[in-house]
Design a protein around this ligand. Sequence first.
Ligand SMILES: Cc1cc2nc3c(=O)[nH]c(=O)nc-3n(C[C@H](O)[C@H](O)[C@H](O)COP(=O)(O)O)c2cc1C
Length: 327
Amino acid sequence: MADLTTRYMGLELRNPLIVASCSLVNSVEGVQRCADAGAAAVVLKSLFEEQIEAETREIQKHVWLSGHTEAYDYVRRIGIEAGEQDYLSLLERTKKAVSIPVIASINCITADWWADYARKLEAAGADGVELNIAVLPSDPRHSSNEIEKLYYDIVEGVRKNVTVPIAVKIGPYFTSLASVAEALCARGASALVLFNRFYQLDINIDKLNLVPGYRFSTPEEINVSLRWISLLAGRVKCDLAATTGVHDAPGFIKQLLAGAAAVQICSTLYKHGIGHIAQILSNVEQWMKKHQFESVTQFQGKLSQKESEQPESYERLQYVKALVGIE
Ligand SMILES: Cc1cc2nc3c(=O)[nH]c(=O)nc-3n(C[C@H](O)[C@H](O)[C@H](O)COP(=O)(O)O)c2cc1C
């Protein structure tokens, strides 16, 4: 039998398949189903500070408190604690129910809360914490240096407060992604998750209003992540997990060849069901057998830029020759 084990952010995983943070892993039963289907770890649905704040405001609306600052603060604090408690309880119950690693995920808006939440998640038994950092740099007054500093401060703050490994999940929109990646690892991230697929915006031209874009990825979306995993593998001092656009065993294998230590999947499980986990793993094993690989480590990073004799081919951006004969 093929050896699928891998090491990701200091965790020993039975295989490289992790269920990405999403609603499928927002309950003990959901996580249990993923573990039974063969997932090596899960990243729980993110705890959103923004959501807790919104729910708390809703409670406050129903309480007549105008002018009573102390009482207002009290209700706010109670609301926030209740929101946190639900998540911490989910984490604790999940840890008791499954033997695979459970990584907790947070998205905060207030600077201090990242470290605060992370500490609480560690205390509740999280095997690791994934920081789902998302900043939309739409304000021209903020330079890229300022935005990047925000990311670094968050990672440093969390690193000081927890001992469990930290993964940082980011989007691809940085001017110098390689330098940001290196800096995040230097500040204490054990892994980078490349790349988050953010909420998409669309426009309804009949109703003339904004509507959500398509919620799920397609297999064609794998390439941005694939390029950056292959460029950064072995170059940054932390592990890489691939996410976005991995829908099947070929996509999964490509990311491992590019150098991913683990692969996070989500959309394909909404489309095909949790049973698809077992299917992907079985197809990966068959492929390994066909290519006479006995373990994942034998081919992990085999097609990364670092291992390549033609490193320049990883950096091609223009089609030029490829388009001759097509146009
Ligand atoms: C319904 C849904 C909910 C999601 N919720 C979260 C979340 O709470 N936190 C997070 O970091 N990513 C979240 N994601 C992003 C996924 O974790 C994943 O990174 C993204 O969907 C790309 O992977 P995929 O192509 O396999 O879907 C969500 C995605 C979907 C479709």
